[in-house]
Design a protein around this ligand. Structure first.
Ligand code: XMP
Length: 511
């Protein structure tokens, strides 16, 4: 097992995922994790993540100094590299210019971190302002660029290594090999992260934990709850009770597709709760995004709670299962304290009065691992590889007030968009794509008649985790086909726009 010490932002997650992809268990800990705690975990290596902070700022994140002397190999990345230098007696200074993007790196061949490399010149990804300008005692330089003379350093005797570039980014072609050298040559880490074997163990432990009791789960249409339900169903069979709340804000055919898939697996206690009318009624006349989100969140909990109570009258339900995944837990523990609230996220909270114990069968896994598990469990590809969909659903993709008519228009337009993306093979290249209804009317002409209808915006983004995103460079012929179909087939739309904004400054969703 390898520990990733988190100095901030999303860097730590990406590193942890890459380590797992290489077959080694990784756990993220806050950067100030205690020496004692780290010792009890007995890791074969420690990686120090990057951070948006600067080691030169007062109050910037630190780790316990004693960790450097544990004898456990350490790899510092970016901020981790600078911190290692700063804490061990080297010097860091604010760089004259920020290096961001691709850089030519000169490596010193023969270092263990670069084992197997034949060329001294490598192309890597940088993102930093500060840089190390003096090595700490006992360290040797192992890499440099034109603008950053100490882009890598090592103290082979103490098993301490550090690099300024980002091996976790796919743009750094040598990244995987560098990480793999660290894990297997330097740390001698065991390959202990194999999803197939873990799945079998998980099933057995769920069986043991639930015993003869019954479990309730809420299905949202998303991948996580679907995979969690399928896994639990394998473990406890018909003692699993699933509730799928149809908010009326879901995508076209979503309820049908998910229900069919669960029924195919032999699900007996599946309740599809039709709550469209309540949601529409409560949302009537509400245009403010935050108000819409709150209404949906509260109504959802209320409807779900009512369903749970009904099941409780008939069965001895003692557990509530949730599709929580690894980053959900880490994020709520680590970054939320500092992050400004941009949008209220709607996620199911446990009704405490029901006194149910929580089961989170996927809490150790990243999204891509959840998808692999879904595939191992035999779920259809179209469901497992679906783009993420927000809890408040189509409501935050209709700007302003929600009406049944607007929902119909958006649902149809979105279905055409998705259908064309799938047919052209573009769907799998995109992180998230959807249609948005802009409730502005503009003039058009159809046949010989004047039209005065709504616009549809198409949003498609490339992203790793939704935290930042770039607009997807869509082939123009495909855009044209989608636009022609939407305007021709969806009554109420006469104009289609393609969104070319990055996040930041825009968010992915419109509300
Ligand atoms: P934004 O719009 O903040 O979205 O750039 C980032 C990612 O989060 C999803 N999203 C949500 N997911 N509940 C969710 O479960 C929500 O309330 C919510 N709001 C946004 C969004 O679809 C994108 O993938």
């Amino acid at each position: 097992m390898v520990i990733v010490l988190n100095f901030g932002g999303q860097f730590a997650h990406l590193i942890a995922r890459r380590v797992r992809d290489l077959g080694v268990r990784s756990e993220i800990l806050p950067c100030d994790a205690s020496l004692a705690h780290i010792k009890t975990l007995d890791p074969s290596g420690i990686i120090l993540s990057g951070s948006p902070a600067s080691v030169l700022e007062k109050g910037s994140p630190r780790m316990e100094r004693g960790i450097f002397s544990l004898g456990i190999p350490i790899l510092g990345i970016c901020y981790g590299h600078q911190l290692m230098a700063h804490m061990l007696g080297g010097r860091v200074s604010p760089g004259k210019k920020k290096e961001y993007g691709r850089e030519d790196l000169k490596i010193i061949l023969g270092n263990e971190l670069f084992h197997g490399f034949t060329g001294a010149k490598q192309s890597v990804w940088f993102s930093h302002g500060d840089q190390v300008i003096k090595l700490p005692g006992g360290f040797a330089k192992i890499a440099s660029t034109a603008g950053c003379p100490i882009a890598g350093m090592a103290n082979a005797k103490r098993r301490l290594f550090a690099i300024q570039f980002h091996p976790e980014l796919t743009h750094t072609a040598i990244g995987e090999k560098v990480l793999s050298n660290f894990l297997f040559r330097i740390c001698r880490a065991e390959k202990d992260w194999k999803l197939g074997a873990m799945l079998r163990k998980l099933e057995i432990s769920l069986k043991r934990e639930v015993g003869k009791n019954h479990v309730m789960i809420g299905i949202s249409g998303g991948v996580d709850s679907l995979v969690a339900a399928t896994l639990l169903h394998r473990a406890v069979g018909s003692r699993l009770h699933a509730a799928f709340v149809d908010t009326g804000l879901l995508r076209k055919n979503e309820v049908e597709d998910v229900t069919l898939s669960l029924k195919k697996q032999g699900f007996k206690n599946l309740h599809v709760v039709s709550a469209k009318n309540i949601f529409l009624r409560r949302l009537a006349g509400v245009a403010d995004p935050e108000k819409k989100r709150k209404i949906i969140g509260h109504t959802f909990v209320e409807v779900f709670q009512r369903t749970v109570k009904q099941e409780l009258k008939r069965y001895p339900v003692t557990f509530l299962a949730q599709g929580t995944i690894y980053p959900d837990r880490i994020e709520s523990a680590a970054t939320s304290k500092y992050a400004a609230k941009i949008k209220s996220h709607h996620n199911l909270t446990l009704p405490k009065s029901l006194r149910l114990s929580i089961l989170e069968p996927l809490k150790e896994f990243y999204k891509d691992e959840v998808r692999k598990i879904g595939t191992l469990l035999g779920l259809p590809k179209e469901l497992v590889w679906r783009h993420p969909f927000p809890g408040p659903g189509l409501a935050i993709r209709i700007v302003g007030e929600i009406t049944a008519e607007r929902l119909r228009i958006l649902r149809e337009a979105d279905a055409i968009f998705t259908e064309e993306l799938r047919a052209s093979g573009e769907y799998g290249k995109i992180w998230q794509a959807f249609a948005v209804l802009l409730p502005l009317r503009t003039v058009g002409v159809m046949g010989d008649a004047r039209t005065y209808e709504y616009m549809i915006a198409l949003r498609a983004v490339d992203s790793v985790d939704g935290m930042s995103a770039d607009w997807h460079k869509m082939p123009p012929e495909l855009l044209e086909r989608i636009s022609t179909r939407i305007v021709g087939e969806v009554r109420g739309v006469n104009r289609v726009l393609y969104d070319v904004t990055q996040k930041p400054p825009a968010t992915i969703e419109y509300e």
